[in-house]
Design a protein around this ligand. Sequence first.
Ligand SMILES: [Zn+2]
Length: 89
Amino acid sequence: MIAAPAPETPLQALRRHIREMTRSCPAKRSYGCETAVRSAARYAIQSGRQNCPARLWVYPCASCRGWHMTKRANRDPAVTAAQIREGIA
Ligand SMILES: [Zn+2]
C-alpha cells in the first residue's frame, strides 16, 4: 500500500500560488547551461524567426536557475549568426 500524499493546506496553497506569481522569468524558455542557451540563440538568429535581431545576449537567471536570452546588451560577449561568443570564438 502506498500512503496518499497529505492534502495541501490553504496556507500551503497560497504560498505556492505566490511563488508561482512572483517568478520573474521574463522569457518563457529557460536553458540548462550557458552553452545550450548560446547555441539556441545562434540558431534563433540564423533562422530569422520572431523579429530576431542580429545579436543576442544571454544571462543566468536567479529565479529559475537556468539561462535566458535577451535583446538587451550586457557585459558578456554577444551571440551572432557566426559566433556564439562574438570576438572570442
Ligand atoms: Zn528564469
